[in-house]
Every structure is written in C-alpha cells, then in structure tokens.
Design a binder for this molecule. Structure first.
Ligand code: PMV
Length: 294
C-alpha cells in the first residue's frame, strides 16, 4: 500500500489572466483533470518517477521533500492533465505534492499553511505567480480570486458549463508575464487601463453567474478576449478556435492562461454536444462543469 496519495486538479481561467498579477480580480475554476502524486517508502533516498523529464518538476519534488524533511521516499507523478497549455499543471503538481507529503508525515496543517507551501514550490516554475492557479487547485471550486487573499467560492444558482479546447503548444508563463511587465514599463497608462477594465469584467462576470445570467458572463469573456488580443497575447490559431466556439453557440469565448498559444475556453448552456462534436473531429476538448451551490 502506498504511503500516501493525493490528487490536485488543473484550472481554467474564465476571466482575468495577467491583470490578476497586478491585483485585479480574476474568475477561475477547477477541471476534472489533474495531477496525482503517490508516495512510497524507499531504501535508497529520494526517488522521482515522472512521465516527462522536466528539471523544474524534479526541483519541485526535491524542495517539497526538504520542506517536509522526508527524504527516504519514492515520489511518482501522474494524472491526465495536459501540460504547458494554460491549464495550471505546475500549480496542480505543487498542490498535489504538498497534500501527499502532509498526509505521509501526518502533519495536521491548516489550509493556509498547505497553500503557502504549495506557493513556495511554485517558485520553481513561475517566478512571480499571482496564486490564482494554486487557489483554484486547492479550493476545487469556481472562485473569485484577488492576489494575496484566499479565493472566494461563487454562490451559483445554476450549474455553469464550459468547453476547454487544447489548441497548440506555447512558451512559458514566466516569459509572457515578463514581456507584459516590460511593455507596462514602456507604456504604463494604456496597459493599466486595460488591466483595470479586465478586472471590472471579471467582477461583472462573477455577479452575472451568481444571478444565473450566464449569457452576460459570456459577453464579459468576449470583451476580455478583445483586450487580451490588444495586449498581443492571442495568436491566429487561438483566434480561429475562438471563432469556431462562437459559431458552435458559445455565449462567450477567449484564450485561457498566459496566452501566446495554449487553450481556449467557451461558456455554453450545454457543453456536452459541443465537446462530442469536437472530439469526433479529432480535437482535444473536454467539458468543465461547476454545479449549482444553492
Ligand atoms: O498558469 P498559466 O500559464 O495558465 O497562467 C497563469 C495566469 C497568469 O495570470 C498569466 C499568471 C499568474 O500568475 O496569474
């Protein structure tokens, strides 16, 4: 029997990527897909079994083992979350690692302590992450998130459904965030105006979803996409798939995550038939669904 096993989900940002780094609100929810970490005892120190050979993953595992002072252990990473396409895989790794090590060492840590450790691991991947990915992966709920605070779960009168479509590979989040930071230094006012507006849109989508007005949240996502495009974060590939989601009836559609490739997300009244159609055409798409809370 394994010493400990933990799962942490990936995430999809519905509104607010990038502006969230500068203190504006974002709206994001967990996926069914995620990362699993299995710990077993080991006679030969720290062993890492990982499906992909990524130095950051190895560093994150080592850092976690040293944080929890548990080094005679084998750590196996697995799961079904697509990597490096804007779906929060590095945060899911960090959260799953911390949960597994806390269980193995029987540390009864407070949620905030676990989250702080997961954020500490994230520095192996990201640099200056806002924390939105971790909070979603940790809370496992659709949340409104503001940097530096715990995510607030939405109160949903009806279920919310989205189609997530993995479009193309992309570069690192760290580089995208740094490029935008340089652009903001060069022309702060227009960039800050865009960030401010994206934050307002995120809040209007939160309010809309809490009233069951999904179409209004969709309009906010469409405007968010136009603003991300103005920041040069979209690509012809993403634009084409966003148009296709709209033609399939999306109430709103946009890129999700750091941009420059990756994935798109569309809000739908009924996401299942759309995903069935895309998958039948050989596309990599799935449903994200958040149940009503009242
Ligand atoms: O995890 P990614 O690559 O989907 O992007 C995270 C969202 C950003 O706002 C671009 C960065 C952050 O730390 O919030």
């Amino acid at each position: 029997m394994a010493l400990a096993r933990a799962f942490a989900p990936g995430k999809v940002i519905l509104l607010g990527e990038h502006s969230v780094v500068y203190g504006h609100p974002a709206l994001a929810g967990p996926l069914e897909q995620g990362v699993t970490v299995t710990l077993d005892s080991s006679d030969s120190g720290l062993l890492i079994k990982c499906p992909v050979d990524a130095p950051q993953l190895t560093s994150a595992v080592k850092r976690c083992a040293s944080l929890f002072r548990l080094t005679d252990v084998s750590v196996e990473l697995g799961g079904d979350l697509p990597q490096a396409v804007g779906l929060g895989s590095s945060a899911a790794v960090s959260v799953a690692l911390v949960r597994a090590f806390a269980a193995a060492t029987q540390l009864n840590m407070r949620p905030q302590g676990l989250l702080d450790r997961a954020m500490e691991l994230e520095s192996e991947f990201h640099g200056a992450a806002s924390g939105v990915d971790h909070n979603v992966s940790f809370e496992r709920k659709l949340i409104r998130f503001v940097k530096g605070r715990r995510g607030q779960p939405l109160v949903l009168p009806k279920a919310v459904e989205a189609v997530v479509w993995v479009v193309e590979p992309r570069g690192s989040t760290r580089e995208k965030v740094a490029a935008l930071r340089r652009r903001r230094e060069y022309e702060p006012e227009p960039v800050d105006r865009i960030f401010q507006r994206i934050g307002e849109l995120a809040d209007s989508a939160v309010e809309a979803l809490e009233r069951g007005e999904v179409a209004r949240a969709g309009h906010a996502m469409d405007e968010n996409q136009r603003l991300l495009d103005a920041l040069h974060l979209s690509t012809p590939g993403l634009d084409a798939e966003i148009r296709e989601l709209k033609s399939l009836g999306a109430l709103g559609a946009k890129l999700t995550g750091a941009g420059g490739g990756g994935s798109v997300v569309g809000l739908f009244e009924d996401a299942d038939p759309v995903v069935a159609r895309l998958v039948a055409e050989g596309k990599r798409a799935f449903v994200a669904r958040w149940e009503a809370t009242e």
